[in-house]
Design a protein around this ligand. Structure first.
Ligand code: COA
Length: 272
């Protein structure tokens, strides 16, 4: 079991979801997950989904005595999946959040906290500055537009991943108003401010953002009672080895994940 002062982030490469490995992972899925997998028309999206489901199931089994195929999940009204109540006794307080994007899948696992994770492939398109007003608070938009080139892209994806991480930690999807909160990323770690349309207390949140290789950016949002939280990144080695031998190692050779254990300090006053 994981301690409530730790969060593990497991990262997997969906390129490995082929051949025998994909067949093995499909066998872990429940009928609804398998049906959803079958409905994907785009092969890349299908692999991301399959890798995500296999990552959740096989990884959670490292923290509780439940076999990967036996996990049951229940989604809230906004679609956020959680461990089904009937399995809670075997996995007390265990929480997770999954994120997938082109080329990577990431899973955060913690205990007795609210957590949200987002990973994005950096799309270096030129329209990012225009997209800001649709998704970001005015101060965030101004901060993105004050930059150019690579820095503009970095700022855009910082606000995007942090915004998604918070929305996902709350588990309410886009029912939360996107202009109801605004981040300040001019210092590390980032901080958040809330508007009356999104009542919340900034003091209960801690955030982390990190590059994962050159092409992906990741953000984590956590509300916890713990004073210090250790965040550890790791490749989902066991999952990725599968029947594909070292194929996963080759595919991810160019992607560096953060090597350090990151300490998130905070007051942790009132996690719910
Ligand atoms: C659905 C949403 C939670 C994330 O969607 P997404 O961009 O596809 O993000 P991710 O890949 O990071 O997350 C998907 C996973 O999160 C989980 N999830 C689903 N609904 C969730 C919710 N309400 N809260 C938290 N997690 C949720 C699921 O595990 C899902 O994966 P699965 O369907 O394979 O099981 C939601 O935030 C959304 O629709 N966002 C749209 C984009 C947007 O406008 N963002 C604004 C940026 S500031």
């Amino acid at each position: 079991m994981i301690s409530s002062s730790s969060i593990d982030i497991h990262i997997a490469d969906p390129a490995v979801a082929v051949g025998a490995a994909a067949d093995n992972w499909l066998a872990l899925l429940d009928p609804a997950e398998r049906a959803r997998c079958d409905r994907f028309k785009v092969e890349g999206a299908r692999r991301e989904y399959l890798t995500g489901r296999a990552l959740v199931r096989s990884t959670l089994s490292r923290y509780a005595a439940i076999a990967p195929a036996d996990w049951r999940f229940e989604a809230n009204q906004y679609g956020r999946p959680a461990i089904a109540p009937e399995q809670a006794a075997k996995a007390p307080g265990l929480v997770f959040n999954l994120s997938h994007t082109r080329g990577l899948v990431a899973l955060a696992v913690g205990r007795d906290c609210e957590l949200g994770l987002d990973i994005e492939w950096i799309d270096r398109q030129s329209r990012l500055a225009e997209l800001c007003t649709r998704y970001f608070a005015p101060d965030e938009t101004a901060h993105v537009r004050a930059a150019e080139g690579e820095e503009l892209t970095e700022r855009f994806f910082a606000f995007w991943t942090l915004g998604e991480a918070y929305i996902k930690a709350r588990g309410m999807g886009l029912a939360l108003p996107l202009d109801g909160f605004a981040y300040d990323i001019t210092h590390e770690p980032p901080t958040i401010r809330f508007e009356p349309s999104c009542p919340d207390d900034p003091a209960r949140w801690r955030f982390l953002r990190r590059p994962v290789g050159d092409r992906h950016r990741l953000a984590l949002a956590v509300a916890s009672l713990e004073p210090d939280i250790r965040v550890r990144f790791q490749w989902a080695e066991a999952l990725m080895r599968g029947d594909e031998g070292d194929r996963g190692v080759k595919d991810r050779a160019g992607i560096r994940i953060p090597g350090e254990v990151v300490l998130l300090r905070g007051e942790g006053r009132h996690a719910s």
